[in-house]
Write a protein that binds this ligand. Structure first.
Ligand code: DX5
Ligand code: ZN
Length: 228
């Protein structure tokens, strides 16, 4: 079976006991942690910065962390997040004057590079960047808040990006973020996503292991339904 990665979004975690909550979701089977950074400028909400990431690393959170920057400008924060322990750094093309420079800055600081697309951001931003990316993030809600509904047009957009990735025979990760839940994850996976950001879809449940097991089972069952 294809490998799928589950990335619980920190935005829905309990900030009063963040280290413990993140450790719990890792023990329950998370593959990476999605770290949402908001500045009340690029998006109308405010979240957390590099100090919190560093604290999590010092708390022995050792799995990959993908930092989703919803800030403008982005460049001056990249060295700080790299130093704090980011594995991936993902940014939105609208938030920088020079996409090429931002990509290189992330890479030069030893991190993997992600490019994020809002629901109405055109895929033409991939035309000259794709070969330099490790991850493509399609937003399936307008960024800024957890617990919004999945925007259905993302399904076609995922299919398009999946085609582009496969035609390069590339292993760029295709991540989807916003409104991903147990009941729509199969359809989203069939459209081509292989990294699933889930905030409320995991953290709203009292037992993370039970919901993560159910999600993995759902992905497995739908895969078998499709090939039989
Ligand atoms: C939204 C963030 C998401 C958010 C997802 O702007 O980028 O990562 O936390 O939350 P859910 O899964 O609840 O939609
Ligand atoms: Zn996010």
């Amino acid at each position: 079976m294809k490998k799928f990665f589950l990335a619980p979004s920190i935005l829905s975690a309990n900030f009063a006991r963040l280290g413990e909550d993140i450790q719990d979701v890792i023990n329950a089977g998370a593959d990476l942690i999605h770290f949402d950074v908001m500045d009340n400028h690029y998006v109308p909400n405010l979240s957390i910065g590099p100090m919190v990431l560093e604290s999590l690393r010092n708390y022995n959170i050792n799995i990959p962390i993908d930092v989703h920057l919803m800030v403008k400008p982005v460049d001056n924060l990249i060295p700080q997040f790299a130093k704090a322990g980011a594995t991936f750094i993902t940014f939105h093309p609208e938030s920088t004057y020079d996409i090429e420079r931002t990509i290189n800055l992330i890479r030069d600081h030893g991190c993997k590079v992600g490019l994020a697309f809002n629901p109405s951001t055109p895929l033409s931003f991939l035309d000259y960047t794709m070969k330099k990316l490790d991850l493509i993030l399609l937003m399936s809600v307008s960024p800024g808040f957890s617990n919004q509904s999945f925007i259905l047009s993302t399904i076609n957009k995922l299919r398009e990006v999946r085609k582009r990735i496969d035609s390069y025979a590339s292993n760029i990760l295709l991540q989807v973020d916003g409104g991903v839940k147990l009941d729509n994850i199969s359809e989203i996976s069939f459209a081509g996503a292989n990294v699933f950001v889930m905030g409320s879809g995991i953290f709203q449940y009292p037992d993370y292991k039970i919901i993560i097991d159910k999600i993995r089972q759902e992905l497995k069952n739908s895969y078998f339904r499709a090939i039989h």
